[in-house]
Design a binder for this molecule. Structure first.
Ligand code: ATP
Ligand code: MG
Ligand code: MG
Length: 549
């Protein structure tokens, strides 16, 4: 990768190594909650955590942050593992916060014994009311001064299932007047009689994020626990628990969440799009999930390059989705073979080319890659071209077909438009041209130069395919920040399906995941919906940034 200066996390790691912190050992973790599919924001976090460890000879754990039984599912666990591996990373250990439930319970008991945690019978509303405001101190709960013995007994009873949901919570005893609201006796455990996807019905009390995350980091001896900026105010609590429990001193560092314009990156919102059928599932190519990008034709390396170019920021900002598109376009330009496909066909007849005669023309697979070789394309007197490459009344700078105008057919000849037919509705049905036999591509002796070159397929030899074109899923740059329901900003024209595009016949043999450049039309990937003889192509990205900004 290209030279760049160290980001602030690399600087911290280099200092730690220089100072011999933990003997120079680096262990990071990626901690997804298995309540949805991974999205492009997670990719940023994965590349950062795994990339940082890799750069400094360290390792990265995968830890499922599965402390909320209600929203978590095994389907999500499996997809998360698949997506991380697809991105090109392998974790050292695979862990589950739920595996630490017994240890976490023990930590809680230790805090109770130290007089640093208590069982509170107040309701959620009462606790909220006693919390105070950022400018006013909160009030102590009437249950705050329970004895250690009583707290131990009540906490054991909570675990034993003696109380209904919401009847009691365990709270840390810090300071109800702390300016940082997170330090005003935060919750550690809540009662939830719910089935957990891994621990089943073994537990009816579950630890809160703040009393699970840092402790899990510590149990695994994570050296650098990297999270996003909203956790800055949680850090004093992260450090307090570790200090009071006298456990391994993991450290938390924060960077800015990745946010892309015209995109939502929140699992909760993406789940709504799926459940309410605004898209056809988590891997619908319009979604910002890794499974959707994969299906759309993005490569893992293009996403890693994107994550690297975005960098590591300490302030939230909106990244242009055009940067992600630039990364895949740049890569596919080097690697994708060129082929011809006509998406919106109109028939073109070359009147002076003998009917029934064919020619095998030499076509270069990839001008950016000499090793990609050549292929043959069949030429004949009847072709399909794009409807937009013809105009009945062309403006001055139109360098394609119109009566009297000339154009080059890619890999073939220069043709001149002589006439055309229209149907009763005024649609052009056939364009008639004559070709210049001495203008053969590569050995042109016609002496004529034309400005335009167009793609085509031979009508008698073409195969057909379904082609799916995508536009951004949202009409506004920052749908999450607009007023009202973010779903009211969905672009109604984000999917355009072409049931019968004409393609070179060799494209009938493609496999899902293969990628091509359709000349002049963009980069396309074969969709898993393809069946033998009926390929389906997704447009990954156009050839140029065509978005109106
Ligand atoms: P979401 O709001 O989409 O549910 P989350 O942060 O709740 O996101 P987690 O499964 O907890 O989702 O995230 C796993 C890791 O990925 C966390 O360390 C989190 O900070 C990181 N992460 C999530 N979203 C982003 C993002 N947009 N940019 C960078 N990192 C992210
Ligand atoms: Mg989270
Ligand atoms: Mg979340």
């Amino acid at each position: 990768s290209e030279e760049r200066s160290l980001n602030f996390l690399e600087q911290i790691v280099e200092e730690d190594i220089a100072n011999g912190v933990h003997g120079g050992r680096i262990l990071t973790r990626f901690p997804p909650e298995p309540n949805g599919y991974l999205h492009i924001g997670h990719a940023k976090s994965i590349c950062l955590n795994f990339g940082l460890a890799k750069k400094y000879n360290g390792q990265t754990n995968l830890r499922f942050d599965d402390t909320n039984p209600v929203t978590e599912e095994t389907e999500y666990v499996d997809s998360i593992k698949q997506d991380i591996q697809w991105l090109g990373f392998q974790w050292a250990g695979e862990f589950y916060a739920s595996d630490y439930f017994e240890q976490l319970y023990g930590f809680a008991v230790k805090l109770i014994e130290k007089g640093l945690a208590y069982v509170d019978d107040s309701s959620a509303a009462e606790i909220a009311a006693m919390k105070g405001t950022p400018t006013e101190p909160g009030k102590n709960s009437p249950y705050r001064d329970r004895s250690v013995e009583e707290n131990l007994q009540l906490f054991a009873d909570m675990r034993a299932g003696k109380f209904p949901d919401g009847a009691k919570v365990l709270r840390a005893k810090l300071d109800m007047a702390a300016p940082n609201m997170h330090l005003r006796d935060p919750l550690m455990y809540r009662i939830k009689h719910a089935h957990h996807h891994r621990t089943g019905d073994a537990w009816c009390i579950y630890p809160m994020y703040d009393f699970a995350h840092g402790q899990s980091d510590s149990i695994e001896q994570i050296t650098h626990s990297i999270c996003t900026l909203e956790f800055v105010p949680h850090r004093p609590l992260y450090d307090w628990f570790i200090e009071k429990l006298e456990i391994f001193p993991s450290r938390q560092y924060e960077f800015a969440r990745l946010a892309l314009n015209y995109t939502v990156t929140s699992k909760r919102k993406l789940l709504q799009l799926v459940n309410e059928k605004h898209v056809n599932g988590w891997d619908d190519p319009r979604m910002p999930t890794l499974s959707a990008y994969r299906r759309r034709g993005y490569t893992p390396s293009s996403i890693r390059t994107f994550a690297d170019r975005v960098g590591v920021q300490k302030r939230d900002n909106l990244i242009d989705v055009g940067l992600l598109e630039f990364c895949i376009r740049e890569e596919l330009n080097k690697t994708a073979n060129r082929v011809m496909a006509v998406l919106d066909p109109v028939k073109l007849v070359i009147t002076n080319y003998p009917e029934g005669q064919t020619e095998e023309l030499q076509a270069e697979n990839n001008p950016e890659d000499a090793s990609a070789g050549h292929r043959k394309v069949t030429f004949s007197n009847t072709l399909y071209i794009e409807r937009e490459d013809f105009m009945e009344n062309a403006p001055k700078k139109f360098f394609r077909l119109s009566p009297g105008l000339m154009v080059r057919l890619k890999y073939a000849y220069i043709i001149k438009c002589d006439s055309f037919d229209k149907d009763a509705d005024g649609n052009v049905t056939t364009i008639y041209c004559s070709y210049l036999p001495e203008s053969h591509s590569g050995s042109d002796k016609s002496g004529i130069s034309v400005k335009g070159t167009i793609h085509w397929v031979s009508a008698a030899h073409a195969a057909t395919a379904e082609v799916r074109l995508y536009d951004r899923l949202f009409k506004v740059e920052n749908p999450a920040s607009e007023e009202g329901d973010f779903k009211s900003y969905i672009n109604p024209d984000s999917l355009h399906v072409i049931p019968r595009a004409y393609i070179e016949p060799a494209l009938l043999d493609v496999q899902p995941g293969e990628r091509f450049q359709f000349l002049r039309k963009g980069y396309f990937a074969v969709d898993p919906d393809s069946t033998p003889g009926k390929p389906v192509f997704n447009r990954t990205v156009t050839l140029k940034d065509t978005w109106a900004k």
